[in-house]
Design a protein around this ligand. Structure first.
Ligand SMILES: Cc1ncc(COP(=O)(O)O)c(C=O)c1O
Length: 403
């Protein structure tokens, strides 16, 4: 192979910048959460996971696991095809009805991931609308950005959650051009929430389609866990609600909901939907069970919010600089890749606490952080131990404290 040196050079520069990704090799055992076994270079260690997106622990819920194993025994391990060629199981149809119903929309469509749902849908919409412009929040997820690129239409990036900048962009465009405003309800790295109502007002004023990613919100916010738009009573003002089954629902897969014609168009044309094998029915059964549990029971959500409140309170008490926002995500800013790595190394090696450092390009340089996520399985004592450990490390490394 004569090209390896090029790859090695790229890897060297990633390492030099302190942003070479090292995966934690974990075994998350059922019944043990939030503990997991970490296969470290020095052997197997038990750690507490503080950065999982399995926000409510649904991936280990006994009824969800049972739904998956029962369906695997009945329907097998795989779906047998793409949706168009023998790979539509009855469970896919039922799940699509469920998500449409959850969001009060005419139709739902499921994809193999949230990433693919965004990429496939936005690229299909952008290609359908002649001379379309996508107005995209600057903190949109990579999957939305990829969707816009694949649509090969104009992209206007507006400043994060900035209504004046969005308006300025909208007003500078030819009123006759089709427009899509693509944004997220809960921003995953900052934990802040979009001004959804104001964005809908602007969309009405400038006749734009609203496309909202609720990946980090479904299961957690709003009646029956239907998301932030539902919490604010705004579902009917959003044209496309996109989300996934991999965060609060604890499994995998993504979806969109919207009008019959829009969703049917995506179903009929989106490459990322058509040319890939569909989710296995056992996975779909587990997803369906998880959604039903969270539609009918507020208990886990209530426990989560109690833990989030306690974590924020104890961080404040220790003057650990976290980004205050109204969501469940708690970003602790370190501001430097090497220091961020150092903090997480000490947490793991000395305290048995696993938090993945978040570096560029996931966040801008200088905003490297720990992204803490607490779950109902984290006890108040664990929360206290985490904040004590952070306080100790902050003092030892002389890191900036909150003002
Ligand atoms: C805002 C947002 N949208 C979409 C995705 C992609 O979802 P998935 O992990 O299901 O591919 C993510 C993933 O982390 C995300 O944070």
């Amino acid at each position: 192979m004569t090209y390896d040196h090029i790859f090695l050079q790229h890897l060297q520069s990633l390492k030099a910048e302190g942003r070479y990704r090292i995966f934690a090799d974990l075994e998350r055992l059922v019944g043990e959460a939030p503990y997991a076994l970490w296969h470290s270079p020095e052997g197997i260690k038990r750690v507490i996971v503080w950065c999982s997106n399995d926000y409510l622990g649904m991936s280990h819920h006994p009824d969800v696991i049972k739904a998956m194993t029962d369906a695997a025994e009945r329907y097998g391990a795989g779906s047998g095809g793409t949706r168009n060629i023998s790979g539509t199981a009855h469970s896919h149809v039922l799940l699509e009805n469920e998500v449409a119903n959850l969001h009060g929309k005419e139709k739902g469509l499921i994809f193999t991931s949230g990433y693919i749902a965004n990429e496939a849908t936005i690229s299909a919409l952008g290609q359908a609308l002649p001379n379309c412009v996508v107005l995209s929040d600057e903190k949109n997820h990579a999957s939305i950005i990829q969707g816009i690129r694949a649509a090969r239409c104009e992209r206007r990036v507006f400043r994060h959650n900035n209504l004046d900048d969005l308006r300025a962009n909208l007003s500078s465009l030819d009123p006759k051009r089709p427009k899509i405003i693509a944004f997220i309800s809960v921003y995953s790295m900052d934990g802040d929430i979009a001004p959804i109502e104001n964005i809908c007002d602007l969309a009405d004023e400038y006749n734009a389609i609203t496309y909202l990613d609720e990946v980090h919100a479904v299961g957690l916010y709003g009646p029956q866990g239907a998301g932030v738009a539902a919490q604010l009573g705004l579902q009917n003002r959003i044209d496309v609600i996109q989300a996934n089954f991999a965060k609060a629902y604890g499994i995998i897969g993504g979806y969109i909901t919207g009008s019959n014609s829009l969703v049917d168009y995506v179903r009929s044309t989106a490459s990322g939907f058509i040319f890939t094998t569909s989710l296995p029915p056992a996975v779909v059964a587990a997803i369906h069970k998880s959604i039903s549990i969270l539609r009918n029971d507020n208990n886990l959500r209530t426990q989560l919010w109690q833990r989030v409140t306690l974590l924020k309170k104890l961080l404040e008490k220790s003057s650990i600089p976290y980004q205050s926002a109204s969501s469940h995500i708690v970003p602790v800013i370190v501001g430097n890749a090497a220091e961020c790595q150092r903090v997480t190394d000490i947490l793991r090696q000395e305290y048995g606490i696993y938090v993945q450092p978040i570096n560029y390009p996931t966040v801008p340089r200088g905003q490297e952080r720990l992204r803490l996520t607490v779950t109902p399985n984290h006890t108040p004592q664990m929360i206290q131990e985490l904040t004590d450990a952070l306080e100790d490390i902050w003092n030892r490394l002389n890191l900036c404290l909150a003002a």
